[in-house]
Design a protein around this ligand. Structure first.
Ligand code: ADP
Ligand code: MG
Length: 712
């Protein structure tokens, strides 16, 4: 068997299985080998039936009784029920949607069953337990210590394929023997004391001891971070060879532009501008990431870069200008940037276009130097293609084929870090010259993650807030203080301000269910607040189940102050500047990472008024309150992101789902040394062998990873 073989050539798969495996991205033998266990259970079981308590994760060893497929009487969902008996008693087993289980086991079969103890006292059952058959020898002929020395793998839960399926597939693959080429060079394994691919695969799926599994996980973590780094370094190397636009703006010009800001730029903004201008003069395309908390003034930096660009003539021409595309994640944000740009460019004779799904605009209008006007899409596209409109702002709509530029020299991407490189290429498809890229984000992430994800970009931190900005007064609302917090919110509302109330985070892997649950909790909370707490104010709701159009409408109402209080989920990107909103209350705060809380708090940071954030934990534990107190003291989001990483792991980082790194890779990011080692190795390897000619297996691995990421 070869790792690159399709699964179907070695396994008989039902349609349902194939579908379930496809959902997990598993198509080849290799994919099964790289589908890593979430955890390991002791073979001998971790408890006995008589001692179970609800909520516990347990592995029991015993015999099966009376397995039977049925339909649940309420919802008619197919299910299987039965019992597991050990020396101390028996407990019910219950599976939903797995009617075939009953056929797979004989009455009295010996198994180990792992699952969550569910239900209430006297009516406990194991929900969707994973089963593994065990032999009489295993169950009877060893001492309990010997049995419990063996570990078995439990795989991430996924509908339609069980842990059992994975364990037996792995066994089958190992029994047949599998050929695999190791993408990591042997010298590297030796240097970092990492197991070979072959050992690691065996150890991670069938560890004899936990420390083997740990060594294997470390290897795969290194491998993943290394592959990402190799890819990023190749991109960087390729980029540095490309011809870029030489943007030459005089210092006097730039100073004049910035002097017209209604404020003095911060030192951090000046540093960022200087770095960007230097990049853009160099000749090779810039790749820079500007990271700064909400309100740190990224737009002004982007506007300055845009100005430098549009002040430059295309090479060999004494007319026309280079062009800028500015991409925002939502229409409302695109509109806001358009308005900001109008302000920044007020004194300069430059046309600015806005493309949205609901119409196109141009600034200035023919009639007024200070106003924008609507124009037809066709007209706007014509002017963009002809180069008459040098600055174009929009959403993803900018990437559409119909949008063509004449001399696109700078692409600014706001809050869309994931797409940077591809979208630059998509935007530049017509150009021989690759435009400069300025990617901006307020997502606070730790250094290791930034190094890994954006190894191809240079990083600038905007780590200073404009002066005079009032800090958000943050309070952790302890038990018994809720009513007082509501009164403080009411005081703000009475002053004519507006408020956000964020409902607790819900953990539910199935997005459909998640959205439904969130919608329910938002609606219920809004209803309760309207009835019991704020009957005199207008309350709006925002959640992911709403259509984009309805979401936009709510945000427009909020901006227009037709809503006083917005009750929302955290998942909804409330990334819009509503300067009149001065209070945010976050319920179930301990369910969020600190950096997420910080981002939520960022919603009220823009206000000219003093802003407040009430952080309401559900639990009253001291540790919880202490952790949340970091929000009161931390200087910026990066500090909180590092804290999250150290205290609770990468799972808590804001937006962690969108980064395309596996759980194992994310775990590795806690380890700065490992990340730096992988990065150094990748840099050296790419410097010596940019085409990876001497490392064909590595090359294939990098390319298949990249292809998978771009395909998503
Ligand atoms: P973000 O980094 O979140 O994109 P913005 O660029 O939207 O921040 O800026 C937030 C607000 O701060 C805007 O109203 C902007 O005019 C203002 N601002 C930006 N830079 C400064 C500065 N140096 N001094 C004072 N206000 C500033
Ligand atoms: Mg911004």
């Amino acid at each position: 068997m070869h790792a690159g073989d399709p699964l179907s050539s070695h396994f008989r798969l039902s349609d349902a299985h194939t579908k379930a495996l496809n959902r997990l991205g598993i198509k080849m033998v290799r994919d099964v080998l790289y589908h890593f266990p979430a955890r390991y259970e002791q073979a001998g079981g971790s408890g006995s039936v008589a001692e179970l308590v609800a909520g516990q994760d347990v592995t029991l060893v015993g015999s099966l009784e009376k397995l039977e497929a049925k339909k649940s009487w309420k919802s008619r969902v197919p299910m299987t029920e039965g019992f597991l008996r050990d020396d101390s008693g028996r407990i019910k087993l219950r599976w939903f949607n797995q009617p075939y289980i009953a056929k797979m086991y004989a009455e009295g079969a010996l198994v180990r069953a792992s699952g969550k103890v569910t239900g209430s006292e006297g009516k406990l059952y194991l929900a969707n337990p994973s089963l593994q058959k065990i032999s009489i020898e295993e169950a009877g002929m060893f001492t309990p210590e010997e049995v419990s020395a063996e570990l078995f793998a439990v795989y991430p839960e996924s509908r339609g394929v069980s842990s059992l399926w994975f364990r037996s597939a792995i066994k089958k693959i190992f029994d047949a023997g599998v050929e695999m080429n190791d993408p990591l060079p042997p010298e590297m394994l030796k240097k970092y004391n990492l197991p070979t691919l072959h050992s690691a695969v065996v150890w991670i799926h069938q560890p004899k001891e936990l420390k083997n599994a740990t060594a294997a996980r470390k290897r795969f973590a290194f491998e993943e971070v290394f592959l990402i780094q190799v890819e990023r370094n190749r991109e960087r190397a390729a980029l540095s060879k490309e011809q870029g636009f030489r943007v030459e703006a005089s210092h006097a010009d730039m100073a004049e532009f910035m002097d017209d800001f209604p404020f003095a730029p911060t030192a951090a903004q000046k540093r960022a501008v200087a770095a960007i201008l230097k990049d853009m003069q160099r000749g090779a395309p810039m790749g820079r990431l500007l990271e700064g908390d909400v309100g740190s003034g990224k737009t002004a930096v982007a506007a300055t870069a845009a100005y430098a660009t549009v002040r430059t003539r295309p090479a060999g021409q004494n007319f026309g200008t280079l062009q800028v595309a500015y991409m925002a994640p939502t229409e409302i944000l695109a509109k806001q940037h358009f308005e900001s740009f109008i302000q920044y460019f007020e004194h300069f004779p430059i046309n600015i276009g806005l493309i949205t799904g609901n119409g196109c605009y141009k600034f200035p209008s023919k009639i007024s130097r200070t106003k924008a006007t609507t124009i037809s899409r066709a007209q706007l596209l014509k002017w963009v293609a002809g180069g008459e409109i040098p600055v174009v702002i929009g959403t993803h709509a900018l990437i559409q084929k119909s949008v063509k530029f004449k001399h696109l020299a700078l692409v600014v991407i706001d809050e869309q870090h994931r797409f940077g490189t591809n979208q630059r290429r998509a935007l530049a498809r017509k150009e021989k010259t690759l435009p400069h890229l300025l990617s901006m984000t307020a997502t606070p992430i730790p250094r290791t993650l930034a190094l890994t994800l954006w190894g191809d970009l240079d990083l600038t931190l905007l780590d200073e807030m404009p002066p005079g900005r009032k800090r958000v007064i943050t309070e952790v609302v302890a038990q018994g203080e809720r009513a007082a917090a509501y009164e403080k919110i009411r005081a703000q509302l009475k002053e004519g301000r507006q408020a956000y109330i964020i409902c607790p985070r819900i953990d539910e892997p199935d997005p459909e269910k998640l959205f439904a649950l969130q919608a329910k909790s938002v609606k219920a909370e809004a209803k309760r607040l309207q009835k019991d707490i704020f009957p005199e104010y207008r309350i709006g709701v925002l959640h992911s189940k709403m259509k984009p159009k309805d979401k936009d409408e709510v945000m427009v109402q909020l901006l227009a102050h037709e809503i006083d209080i917005l009750v929302a989920t955290s998942v909804v990107e409330v990334g819009v500047n509503v300067p009149n909103a001065t209070v945010i209350m976050i319920e179930g705060a301990e369910r969020f990472g600190l950096s997420q809380l910080h981002q939520l708090r960022g919603r009220v940071v823009r206000s000219v008024y003093q802003a407040y954030c009430f952080v309401v934990p559900e639990s009253k534990g001291e540790a919880t309150v202490a952790r949340l107190k970091a929000l009161v003291e931390a200087k910026n989001g990066f500090e909180l992101a590092e804290l999250d990483m150290a205290q609770r792991g990468p799972g808590e980082l804001a937006g962690n789902k969108q980064w395309g790194i596996s759980d194992i890779g994310m775990e590795a990011l806690k380890n700065l040394k490992l990340v730096e080692a992988a990065r150094t190795e990748a840099q050296q390897l790419v410097a010596h062998d940019p085409t990876l000619r001497a490392h064909p297996t590595l090359k294939a691995a990098v390319e298949s990873r990249t292809a998978a990421m771009h395909f998503e």
